[in-house]
Design a protein around this ligand. Structure first.
Ligand code: COA
Length: 256
């Protein structure tokens, strides 16, 4: 198993932990591929009842690796691995819990829309900086956020793109619970244990039922978003924003 992912199975809980602390768990193409593989294996493993997605460090996931975004601007097929990951997490039969200790940015936030239970620490910060990066929403968020919070709040989150706290994320319905950082792991394991003890088929059928009403629409939206996203990666606006991130400066969109 990739060292950028830490996967363990204990007490019918498969823990998949992102492990790239020096880059705040920014996702590379290799990490998407490893994540997809780990999710598919856990979903197929009869010894697993709950999939828990978390981090080995204080950051949850700082989104797609920006250097990979820059490389992808000349290789539009580079969005295949993120798309496969999103399609996989959006179609898992088993329940998925996310445990968010700190920063959750871009896909680090949108992937939560595909989880069934989300517990975050009081230190967690969420952000969807797509438009700020000259990009467009991904991860099914153009469908699922307006459904969750209505158009105006979805616009504010996805277009204005300012970061928000765990308390706000809970108020929006993006996460279930906020707990102190030092209790996060224990509480997450307690909740995962409760979920793993429930009747597994009833849990899976209930999950499928809850998702069934939007599933086919979501599948189409995931593909349509990624197509627009790939084309935006080649735009001059995105080039300016991504370069600005690498140079640790604010982007300048005044010439557009
Ligand atoms: N891609 C590539 N590198 C990233 C990254 C990303 N998405 N997120 C963070 N990093 C790198 C930083 O460049 C820095 O690298 P360096 O040590 O070589 O300079 C390192 O990770 C630590 O990040 P830093 O910004 O110093 O940490 P922080 O605690 O001050 O802030 C974040 C953490 C996550 C809030 C901040 O890094 C951030 O906003 N990242 C960008 C997120 C983003 O825009 N993602 C794409 C969404 S579509």
């Amino acid at each position: 198993m990739s060292e950028l992912l830490n996967v363990t199975i204990r007490d019918r809980i498969c823990q998949i932990l992102l492990n790239r602390p020096e880059k705040k768990n920014a996702l590379t193409l290799a990490m998407y591929e490893a994540l997809t593989q780990a999710l598919v294996s856990a979903d197929a493993d009869p010894g697993v009842r709950v999939i828990l997605l978390g981090s080995t460090s204080d950051s949850f996931c700082s989104g797609n690796d920006i250097a990979d975004f820059i490389a992808a601007s000349s290789r539009p097929d580079a969005v295949a691995a993120p798309l496969a990951f999103l399609q996989t997490i959006a179609s898992l039969a088993k329940p998925v819990m996310a445990v968010v200790p700190g920063a959750a940015v871009g896909i680090g936030t949108t992937l939560l829309l595909h989880c069934d239970l989300v517990i975050a620490s009081d230190q967690a910060r969420f952000q969807l900086p797509f438009a700020r990066l000259g990009l467009v929403p991904e991860g099914g968020s153009s469908l699922l956020f307006p459904q969750l919070v209505g158009h105006r709040r979805a616009f504010e989150l996805l277009v204005m793109g300012e970061s928000f706290s765990a308390a706000t994320a809970r108020e929006l319905g993006l996460i279930n619970r906020v707990v102190m950082l030092q209790s996060l792991q224990d509480l997450a394991m307690l909740e995962a244990g409760k979920l793993a003890a429930l009747a597994p088929e009833a849990v899976r059928l209930s999950k499928a039922m809850l998702r069934s009403h939007t599933q086919s629409q979501l599948e189409a939206v995931l593909v349509a978003e990624v197509e627009q996203f790939a084309s935006r990666l080649g735009s001059a606006e995105a080039a300016e924003a991504l370069q600005a991130f690498m140079e640790k400066r604010e982007p300048d969109f005044s010439r557009f």
